[in-house]
Design a protein around this ligand. Structure first.
Ligand SMILES: Nc1ncnc2c1ncn2[C@@H]1O[C@H](COP(=O)(O)OP(=O)(O)O)[C@@H](O)[C@H]1O
Ligand SMILES: [Mg+2]
Length: 285
């Protein structure tokens, strides 16, 4: 078991609320990073956006909703049986009980485990099957413990990803700078509309993050230009470069901020976090 997995749960704000002058509760903004394609940089973006927000003093909860648990291990937390949203999403236990601290101050995690994958089938046809995650995260939102929640999704638009769209205020799309990138975009946007109509009218397309930008190729530049033309207001100015350091960090259970803090990948994700804070007013109380 890694050291971080043994850290205590982050303190609940309730403990600060004694006395006559209670702190105002923080509003919580929920982001989901979704794309049915695998290997496009969703997990890398979820982990580093969450870690960079925390570094900028924004209390943040990363929710690993991918049964592969890549975000959990990337952040240096060991998987534990029974510690994921599997139980809560089936109506057993509370999401708050699943929260663990990480080695970064202000960054907490709800880990994932393989069982989560069974929900793709188990939830089908059940009551409120698309709104389960929203309901399960509601008490965590209401606790005022976190200013931001970042959900990392599996590489499919199945039950888990659709639930994340229902639970979120903003969808952030990670899009790899590659040939045919725009093709996948259409499918995600159609799902966004479906969920907006069916369950979550508040959901918005919060932004598009271009990942794995390769400076040596024209293709990367062309893809960015094309997305800029389609979604000029949504595309983030910060483009994430393709760098080996970003792909190495997770195998050490580290984020780029501890693995190679001065690398271009670290600078890029800090830039993205700055834009997210600005765009969604996260620094405001
Ligand atoms: N900017 C990047 N530069 C280099 N490698 C990257 C970058 N972003 C992600 N990767 C690597 O690409 C692979 C897929 O990324 P990942 O974030 O896991 O995608 P997804 O969650 O969409 O499947 C991983 O091995 C990851 O380490
Ligand atoms: Mg992933």
């Amino acid at each position: 078991m890694s050291a971080t997995a043994r850290l205590p749960h982050p303190p609940s704000l309730a403990s600060y609320h004694s006395g006559s002058n209670p702190l105002p509760l923080m509003p919580t903004t929920v982001f989901t990073i979704a794309n049915q394609k695998g290997g496009v940089g969703k997990t890398t973006t979820a982990v580093h956006l969450a870690a960079a927000l925390a570094e900028k003093k924004i209390p943040t909860l990363l929710v690993d909703l991918d049964p592969q648990a890549n975000a959990t291990s990337a952040i240096g937390v060991e998987k534990q049986e029974g510690r994921s949203l599997y139980g809560p999403l089936r109506g057993e236990g509370a999401a708050a009980e699943m929260i663990v601290a990480t080695s970064s101050e202000r960054l907490s995690l709800i880990p994932s485990e393989e069982d989560l994958g069974a929900l793709e089938i188990e939830l089908a046809g059940k009551e409120n099957y698309l709104g389960r995650l929203r309901a399960v995260l509601q008490p965590v939102r209401a606790s005022g413990q976190f200013r931001a929640i970042v959900i990392d999704c599996p590489p499919s638009m199945g039950m888990l990803s659709m639930n994340s769209l229902s639970a979120a205020d903003h969808l952030l799309i990670a899009l790899q700078c590659e040939y045919m990138a725009l093709e996948g975009l259409g499918q995600i946007l159609r799902n966004l509309e479906r969920i907006k109509t069916a369950v979550n009218p508040e959901l918005s397309l919060g932004g598009v993050v271009m990942t794995m930008f390769d400076m040596r190729t024209n293709l990367s530049r062309q893809v960015v230009e094309e997305v800029k033309n389609h979604l000029p207001d949504q595309i983030f100015k910060t483009v994430i470069p393709r760098t080996v350091r970003l792909s190495e960090a997770p195998s050490f259970g580290q984020t780029i901020f501890t693995y190679d803090n001065t690398s271009p990948g670290a600078a890029a994700y800090r830039g993205l976090a700055r834009e997210v804070i600005e765009r969604f007013g996260l620094a405001k109380k």
